[in-house]
Design a protein around this ligand. Structure first.
Ligand SMILES: [Mg+2]
Length: 195
């Protein structure tokens, strides 16, 4: 049996997507948006992504999507987990289109180095299957995501499912499984996995 695995969501956990995403959306609709509109769009996307898919695909094919910067604390956390003997993987809801897969892989490589053993793109389907496949055979496994619905998909699939608090998902925090562990920031993760 293998030892320890840590699986990351990408957007708003490892890479900071919101500013480039909002900027691209404003360009797409041809006007500026308020903070409230962004919150409403995220909630509506969660309920039904279909009206946003044309924009989402356009954004994922844009240069901005391939050059996202790290979230605060992410580079150090990834380095510390690797140094503590964790194997690292990503499961992202980004499209599995080969061009998008390669852009994301290159973006992660540029920011974090060649540290992720597995890259799974779920194209908005449930993350449960990918997590079950990845985590099977590890003595200890962890998954972190900023979206409560994805954290819930990891319950029973990963050993520990961590919700990285994100104020954009306050509207759905009540739906979070009581079995999830809550991290207020990436710094909390070290404590949660005992490093
Ligand atoms: Mg995310």
């Amino acid at each position: 049996m293998m030892d320890k695995l840590f699986v990351f969501d990408v957007d708003q956990v490892l890479l900071n997507m919101y500013q480039p995403l909002v900027a691209a959306y404003e360009k797409y609709i041809g006007r500026e948006t308020s903070h409230q509109e962004t919150l409403d769009n995220i909630r509506r996307f969660e309920e039904d992504p279909r009206p946003y898919m044309d924009f989402a695909m356009q954004f994922q094919h844009s240069p901005a999507f391939g050059s996202l910067g790290p979230m605060p604390g992410a580079v150090q956390l990834v380095a510390d987990l690797a140094a503590a003997g964790f194997e690292l993987a990503i499961v992202t809801a980004a499209s599995s289109d080969p061009e998008i897969f390669e852009k994301r892989r290159q973006n992660l490589l540029n920011v974090f180095g060649d540290v992720f053993m597995h890259h799974h793109h779920t194209s908005l389907s449930s993350k449960e299957g990918s997590l079950k496949t990845l985590c099977a055979g590890y003595r200890q496994s962890f998954f972190i995501d900023d979206k409560p619905s994805h954290v819930n998909e990891a319950i029973g699939a990963a050993g520990t499912a961590i919700w990285l608090e994100n104020p954009f998902f306050d509207f759905s925090r009540d739906t979070l499984s009581p079995r999830a562990v809550v991290a207020a920031s990436l710094d909390d993760v070290r404590k949660i996995c005992g490093i």
